[in-house]
Design a protein around this ligand. Structure first.
Ligand SMILES: Nc1ncnc2c1ncn2[C@@H]1O[C@H](COP(=O)(O)OP(=O)(O)OP(=O)(O)O)[C@@H](O)[C@H]1O
Ligand SMILES: [Mg+2]
Length: 443
């Protein structure tokens, strides 16, 4: 049961996380891409604008042969983001003027610029996003002696743009990650509180109600009749027993006859015990509560078990780790209930096997598990085993488990079972540590 619940929660969380990562991931990627393009366009737009402001003055200065004035104009741009430098390049690629003086008079290195006659008057971007060289070029007209036109190239700090984009990307992705985790934790907590928790409580409730209902239905049918019938049978039974004793004492009978009568007496005892069990089922369970040690109570039951036939072949393993040692309970009733469970376990392993008894403290409860590696209980029998007289055994009365259920319920506890045919059965008993269960209503 625990594992099934856990996997539900795991599934839900994985689904939520997956959906979140995918949705937010896609949204972030798209918006980052958009943002990067925007950023790039903004930068190049800015550079083109800067270029436009100097084009006319530079053209005018050059037209009058005022090279220094032209240079002064251009120098003002250098270092104003995103401009890193400038060049005036002739159609044949010769650098006429540059922010790096050493380039002047030489051929421009790198990818050739477009022909100034092909460039729109407002200029254009050269190099693509992510390229190491980025620049805007604007055609300069009226440049003497070099075919009338040259390129004004503003070199852009590609690294700076990429750096800004990278920082933006890192920031965006980190934000997404944090948001995803935050959402997942929040949704997980919400799911746990709103859906999984109630679901599990519902399941627990359904399980325990089903058991209790089964139990009560059994008693409604049987309980009322039981005490009457039991009393009716008890009287003639006492008569028979008296008669047998009389025969044994007053008549001269042979040894074989005496053995036969002994057998009859044994059977009578068995009927008597069955009736007593039946009556105890019909009666309210009156508990005599004391402080009881759960491990000691189990041990007492195990000692009684070891004396029973068939118990030799069963190895008992005890794991009482971390159990709250004492609960408020009726020790002898509990001991009987535990014994019934152990006897069933032994009977389920006719060829011998292992019986593991585990106790655990769980909040306000102590949980005890009796796990055998026996024949198991078929699914269709699971709802019947708590009914009085349901037995699959040749000599079973079918009162063992109903008594267990009754005693545990009287303590305000729960019984449930996990079983797999051919693998084994585990009976779980949960008992409240403090004894304020529904003892009063256990009728
Ligand atoms: N550990 C178990 N492994 C397999 N089947 C079990 C186990 N415990 C109970 N059962 C099944 O549940 C039935 C009812 O058990 P219950 O203890 O009430 O009666 P019983 O053992 O048949 O007879 P009684 O206990 O009165 O001698 C059993 O007959 C058996 O089929
Ligand atoms: Mg039994």
């Amino acid at each position: 049961m625990g594992i099934r619940d856990l996997s539900i929660r795991a599934k839900v969380l994985v689904t939520i996380l997956g959906a979140l990562v995918v949705t937010l991931g896609v949204a972030t990627t798209l918006s980052l891409r958009y943002w990067e393009r925007e950023q790039f366009e903004l930068t190049s737009g800015h550079a083109l604008m800067l270029a436009a402001t100097v084009t006319r003055p530079v053209e005018a200065a050059l037209a009058h042969g005022q090279v220094r004035a032209a240079r002064n104009q251009l120098e003002q741009l250098v270092g104003r983001p995103p401009v890193d430098g400038y060049r005036i390049v002739a159609r044949d690629g010769t650098v006429l003027m540059s922010s790096m003086r050493s380039e002047e008079g030489k051929r421009r290195v790198g990818n050739p610029l477009p022909d100034p006659w092909d460039i729109p008057p407002e200029g254009q971007m050269v190099g693509r996003r992510g390229a190491s060289e980025l620049a805007v070029v604007v055609p300069l007209s009226g440049v003497v002696g070099v075919g009338g036109r040259a390129n004004l190239e503003l070199v852009l700090g590609a690294g700076r743009i990429e750096g800004a984009i990278r920082r933006g990307r890192t920031f965006g992705l980190t934000l997404t990650l944090v948001l995803t985790l935050g959402y997942a934790v929040m949704l997980g907590a919400m799911m746990e509180r709103e859906i999984i928790g109630p679901f599990r409580r519902l399941e627990d409730l359904a399980a325990s109600q089903q058991r209790q209902l089964t139990e009560r239905a059994g008693f409604a049918e049987v309980g009322a009749l039981a005490s009457e019938v039991a009393h009716e049978i008890k009287r003639p039974l006492a008569g028979i027993r008296g008669a047998i004793e009389l025969i044994e004492q007053e008549y001269a009978i042979s040894d074989p006859e005496r053995r036969l009568l002994g057998q009859v007496e044994n059977e009578l005892t068995h009927v008597d015990e069955t009736l007593r069990d039946l009556l105890s089922l019909a009666k309210p369970v009156g508990l005599q509560r004391r402080e009881v040690s759960v491990p000691e109570t189990i041990d007492a039951a195990l000692v009684r078990l070891s004396g029973l036939p068939g118990a030799d072949g069963v190895k008992v393993e005890r794991d009482y780790n971390g159990t709250a040692p004492r609960i408020s309970a009726d020790g002898s009733r509990l001991e009987q209930a535990f014994l019934n469970l152990c006897v069933n376990a032994v009977e389920a392993m006719p060829g011998g096997g292992r019986l593991t008894v585990t106790t655990r403290a769980r909040g306000e409860e102590v949980e005890i598990a009796f796990a055998d590696a026996g024949v198991g209980i078929p699914r269709e029998n699971l709802d019947k085993i708590l009914k009085p007289f349901f037995s699959t055994k040749a000599h079973g009365t079918g009162l063992g488990l109903p008594l267990v259920a009754r005693v545990v319920a009287a303590h305000g506890g729960r019984v449930w079972v996990e079983s797999e045919v051919g693998k084994g059965t585990t009976f779980h008993v949960a008992l409240p540590v403090r004894g304020d269960g529904w003892q009063a209503s256990a009728s």
